[in-house]
Design a protein. Sequence first.
Length: 385
Amino acid sequence: MNRRNSRRGSTTELSNAMKGKPKKLGREKDLTRRFIAGELDEDLIDPVQRFTTRSKYHQQTKTLRTALMRAEEQADLSDLHALPIGQVVQVYSLYCDVEHEGQTWLCVVRKTLAQVLKGDIVVGDEVRFRDLGTVNESGRPEGVIEQVLPRRTVLTRADSFKRLEAHPIVANAEQMLIVASLREPDVKWGLVDRMIVAAQAGRLQPIVCLNKIDLARGSVRSGQAGAAANQSQQDQQWLFAQEALRHYSSLGIRTLQTSVPQAVGLEALREVLRGRTTVLAGHSGVGKSSLIRALEPTLDIRIGAVSGYTGKGRHTTTSARRYALSFGGHVIDTPGVKLFGLWGLSEQNLLEHFPDVSAGTAPPWRQASYQRILQSLTTGQAAAE
């Protein structure tokens, strides 16, 4: 009994001692967001330097932040309207590329500006920026974005298609080239319709491009089992595609048909892109990057293969980026998407984007697209295309 009481007493004493010991604080998990929002005091950040295998951009970003804080202390915004206007070419986590008169600055957003921005800066935004007079390790000039000018157009998708928060993708583009492939992967007309509505809602002109038309016939070997049936199915796909393109043309939507291996439709595409800023949109694997490389072989746009197992495209572009075209104009390549959420649309104004449905002249597949989009607006989630 004495030994048992002794053990019990020791346990009680240890428990009492632990009660007075402060608990270990959890790690801060959202320093980046708090820093950008101006919620974090710089003197609260752990000053201990750690050496890890981080990307080379870590030190570059740290240097930019330091330059930004020094510039903020000496900020004088009285010359705001005299600052140069550049256009955002690409956006990274904490900084972005801003192009002005053929030169590209690596810029950060002034902390006070980040606090009042309604959303993030996106590719295509026109901004006033201040040259810091410094260059990074690769010799590129550095700057601070002081103002974001009003957007003329914007391509937006909803947050997880629940319409809780607008997520801009691209700003100030003039038109959207909606690329679909006849096969590999098969064209999804419901997705094309959704992109047309997204473009029109953002005040962009939609253009539908049917790519890989070289796959219309001849891709099935005569010796394969069921070759005749497969060829018949491909013929039906081709005829349906021609009918769909004719219907889009009747609605005032420009259409193109292209093939990179056969160099079909490339000159017509060049004229559509010339002198304008165009957003490339479409399911992954439809050949957006291949089309642009056919017109501009020197552009560094990754080209991805189509998975042989699923027939679906592999995503090649990981973030939106603007490219200059040698014959005039720009293209903005976007990550491959499966669905567009539709921000700012309702059951009442959706018919404005389906005049054929409203007039009773829509073919069944267009009526089905309208009903699916309408259902996604009423349920708050995008229906499968």
